[in-house]
Write a protein that binds this ligand. Structure first.
Ligand SMILES: Cc1ncc(COP(=O)(O)O)c(C=O)c1O
Length: 419
């Protein structure tokens, strides 16, 4: 690791492709067979990572025109891409259809109409899944709820069962199936299994109430991963049995692809591949506390912490050349008065990565590493705030360095605005 920091400076993300392959293989083993697995690019849209997942048969789940470009740049076949997310514009959908995307998840009746317009405008047949906000989700053990509560995601179960046209072909639109994504980051395998069972049962209930027979059920995900702290991926190996039993009960033909079953995962596939290297710029005492100022702030990592979502990242001294993973060294074991506040270089008191880190006695110039930062790292951060250059990203595969890049925030002068 140190060699990369010496070569490219910090802040620096190092992504290890073998970790991506390992996570994909383990997740596949935990899922019912046959099934399709989508990679959610929002976790990390780096084309080399998307390409690696495509090579092992994991297709792209995208939610923007930028993710569409990243998926295509990574060599994903447009026809295999699933386009999800609330608030898709007519322009987004037309652009995707023009690029060859034929599969969308719709989150409301209005969005379904927009998709129909986009399909008509582009004169292409398009398939859609209806995203359903199902009631009765399991309590406890969940990270962040997406549905099962009032939310902007999907169509409430009761409403989905009412309008007959929701599941009816119209013009260039063909209803393909149903989409669920009740929660993210569900670390308790039993709680996640229950979420999936409930989604399977809801799909069967929608079929019974509407008469619509789905060809594809996307059960979503919720597969967890540690974020910016030491730790391993949860063991979901028990899921397969639970899911196969639920599917056999509600959709006895599923093993023959009637319906096909799909899952989505972002963080679980990529979190462990990433390590953020950062340099201590300054160490100060103020009001009895130690402040360690890093060159990686919320413009590099944890940009969503303002939403109260991100746990305290743990940095560990980077003392070797990448041997061992140092896991466990970052846990805070010091008394609160000795604890360190890890901050970034941004000129705002909100640029805090961790209020109670345990780091020993760091000095200016020390190199630290923050593990498990391959998902929701750089592109989930406040990239343009304070206008620092974005962190560099290196992709390595075993001992080989295979790709290095730096994202740029650029301005484009639009025609017609200039007088
Ligand atoms: C529809 C959908 N799919 C996939 C994901 C990816 O979630 P995760 O990275 O937790 O797997 C999300 C996250 O918000 C989502 O909303």
């Amino acid at each position: 690791m140190i060699e990369y920091a010496e070569r490219y400076g910090t802040p620096l993300y190092v992504y290890r492709l073998e970790k991506v392959r390992e996570a994909a293989a383990a997740l596949r083993r935990a899922l019912p067979e046959p099934c399709r697995l989508y990679y959610s690019l929002k976790a990390n849209p780096h084309p080399r990572i998307v390409e690696e997942l495509a090579a092992v048969g994991v297709q792209a789940e995208i939610s923007s025109s930028g993710e569409l470009q990243a998926a295509l740049a990574a060599g994903q076949a447009a026809a295999d891409i699933l386009y999800t997310g609330p608030g898709k514009t007519l322009r987004d959908m037309r652009m995707a259809i023009r690029a060859g995307v034929r599969r969308f998840s719709v989150e409301s009746m209005a969005e379904r109409s927009r998709l129909a317009d986009a399909a008509a405008d582009e004169a292409k047949d398009v398939d859609y899944l209806v995203r359903i906000n199902a009631p009765g989700a399991a309590a406890g053990g969940t990270g962040l709820r997406m549905t099962g509560v009032p939310s902007q995601f999907g169509i409430d179960f009761d409403q989905a069962c009412v309008p007959p046209e929701l599941f009816r072909a119209a013009g260039r639109l063909r209803p393909l199936g149903m989409h669920f994504f009740p929660a993210t980051n569900v670390a308790d395998p039993a709680a996640l299994a229950r979420e999936f069972e409930l989604s399977v049962e809801t799909a069967a209930a929608v079929r019974a109430k509407t008469g619509f027979v789905p060809s594809l059920i996307d059960l979503g995900g919720g597969f967890a991963a540690p974020f910016a702290r030491p730790g391993d991926l949860p063991d979901y190996s028990g899921l397969r049995q639970v899911l196969e039993t639920a599917l056999d009960r509600c959709f006895p033909e599923w093993r023959h692809g009637r319906p096909a079953i799909a899952f989505e995962s972002g963080r679980h596939l990529t979190a462990q591949c990433g390590t953020l290297l950062t340099t201590v710029l300054d160490v100060k005492r103020s009001g009895g506390r130690t402040y360690v100022i890093l060159d990686a702030g919320t413009h590099v990592l944890g940009g969503m912490s303002g939403l109260g979502r991100i746990m305290a990242p743990a940095a560990v001294p980077c003392t070797d050349a990448g041997r061992g993973d140092g896991m466990g060294e970052g846990a805070c074991s010091e008394p609160a008065e000795n604890a360190t506040t890890l901050v970034g270089p941004l000129c705002t008191p909100l640029d805090v990565l961790n209020r109670s880190a345990s780091l020993g006695r760091p000095e200016a110039g020390d190199l630290l590493r923050i593990p498990n930062t391959g998902a929701y790292g750089l592109t989930a951060s406040l990239l343009a705030f304070l206008s620092h250059p974005p962190a560099t990203e290196v992709i390595v595969d075993g001992a080989d360095e295979v790709h290095v890049r730096r994202l740029e925030v650029t301005a484009t002068q639009l025609k017609g605005v200039e007088e």
